[in-house]
Design a protein around this ligand. Structure first.
Ligand SMILES: [Zn+2]
Length: 428
């Protein structure tokens, strides 16, 4: 017997299918052939900043013990199933399948997987690593899918792994409204949190376990423990039939995508953690996005909290020049010009004193005066008295922000981002 590692990626489109469903179907096929899985199926999230990703940028790995004489048969079953289920007619869907026969995953392949989670990797890189380690790549249409498929194969050991229990819908319900009782989701969340996470967003008042696309997934319960995932599932009130249920091991909620860097080292389409000092007052722009400039001893970079991050923006808006913070987020370039960090988390380390200038009170009638513009002095709105700029008063702002770590709400969270909820589990 040998171990066959199977990687699958990019079988879905924005409108339909889901790579985990393709994998679940193949997992069933191989069980029916009498094969023994080496471990649970794995759902591997890749670089969330990749511009080509369909939705969550997920690939899947399956690992089975196979009789070497049956290898060709198993590969045939896998490739047929992927061709049958993948959204091949969709432009931009470029399914990739990888077969790798080995008892050990070599270091080169593990490093390749980490690179695909953290930055942009080319198809050429994938082919080069595959030829070094001896993996077999199948590009079913376009070659991009082989990158994720090979990365999934290389991620056999996930540090601080999590789980997702996925329930799939019967085919005739695909594309219809998902019938899962919201109040049972809240109940499940209350009972099983923090061992399950991202179940419900109390800020936007929406269920997070059901997707919004017409794909075969009914719901997914993210969990730190396999047993708790099934227990949580048992609490749900589900009002439609389920075709199958499969538990995946995942790298979700591990922060595996984040690299600690200095500002000068920041590259586009990566995810970073940077410590620095707030260099200016946060500004709010139309659309409700909030941004500020972060500075360290190597340079400056813009940091942005977008509108969908909701109340997280209040934290960003309360920052003042001189505050020391550590920011976490994905790096994008705006109009191909300068880079910006799309904030996912922020640790406020220390607060600076912030002094605001304020107009003086009128020395004739006592009314608060109004500024006539930058260094133009002040005018009293009641008696018309004028005073020069030099008479402004200084007021130290009472800071309402407190040092600590803040995160975006579940509805804006990346699959790979580790929720703050987990801190409770590691700190006594
Ligand atoms: Zn006056």
């Amino acid at each position: 017997m040998v171990t066959l590692h199977i990687g699958i990626d990019d079988t879905d489109s924005k409108k339909a299918m889901c790579t985990t469903y393709v994998a679940a179907a193949i997992f069933d096929d191989l069980l029916k052939m009498g094969l023994t899985p080496m471990m649970r199926p794995q759902l591997v999230r890749l670089n969330p900043n990749c511009p080509y990703k369909t939705r969550g940028n997920a690939a899947v790995a399956l690992r089975f013990r196979v009789d070497p004489k049956k290898l060709y048969l198993v590969k045939d079953v896998v490739l047929r199933r992927v061709s049958e289920l993948a959204e091949l007619e969709c432009e931009g869907t470029e399914p990739g399948v990888v077969f790798y026969v080995s008892e050990e995953i070599p270091e080169e392949l593990r490093n390749f997987s980490m690179a695909v989670v953290r930055r942009m990797v080319s198809v050429e890189d994938a082919f080069s690593v595959a030829s070094i380690v001896g993996a077999e790549l199948h590009a079913l249409k376009g070659k991009r899918g082989v990158i994720g498929a090979l990365a999934a194969v290389g991620m056999d050991r996930i540090a601080r792994k999590t789980y997702e229990l996925i329930a799939y819908r019967v085919r005739q319900n695909w594309g219809t409204f998902r019938r899962v009782d919201d109040s049972s989701v809240i109940r499940m969340d209350m009972v099983t949190r923090p061992w399950t996470f991202d179940n419900f967003d109390y800020e936007t008042n929406e269920t997070r376990i059901t997707p919004h696309t017409p794909c075969p997934v009914l719901l997914g319960i993210r969990s730190l423990d396999p047993d708790v995932a099934f227990y949580a599932f048992s609490i749900l009130r589900i009002l439609e039939p389920i075709e199958k249920l499969l538990l995946f091991e995942t790298n979700q909620a591990t922060d595996l995508h984040i690299q600690e860097v200095k500002i000068a080292e920041i590259e586009e389409n990566t995810s970073v953690s940077v410590e620095g000092v707030v260099a200016d007052l946060p500004r709010v722009i139309p659309g409700g996005h909030v941004f500020f400039t972060l500075m360290d001893d190597t340079g400056t970079i813009q940091c942005t909290a977008f509108e969908p991050t909701k109340s997280f923006r209040n934290v960003v808006r309360s920052l003042r020049p001189g505050d020391r913070v550590r920011v976490y987020g994905g790096v994008k370039s705006k109009l191909g010009m300068h880079l910006t960090i799309n904030l996912e988390k922020i640790r406020v380390i220390s607060l600076a004193k912030f002094v605001r200038t304020s107009p003086p009170s009128c020395n004739v009638c006592g009314k608060k005066m109004e500024s006539l513009g930058q260094s133009k002095g002040y005018r009293c709105p009641r008696c018309g008295n004028r005073l020069p700029e030099g008479l402004k008063t200084f007021v130290e702002e009472h800071r309402t922000l407190t040092p600590g770590i803040y995160e975006v709400p579940p509805s804006a969270r990346r699959h790979l981002s580790k929720p703050l909820l987990f801190e409770e589990l590691t700190t006594p």
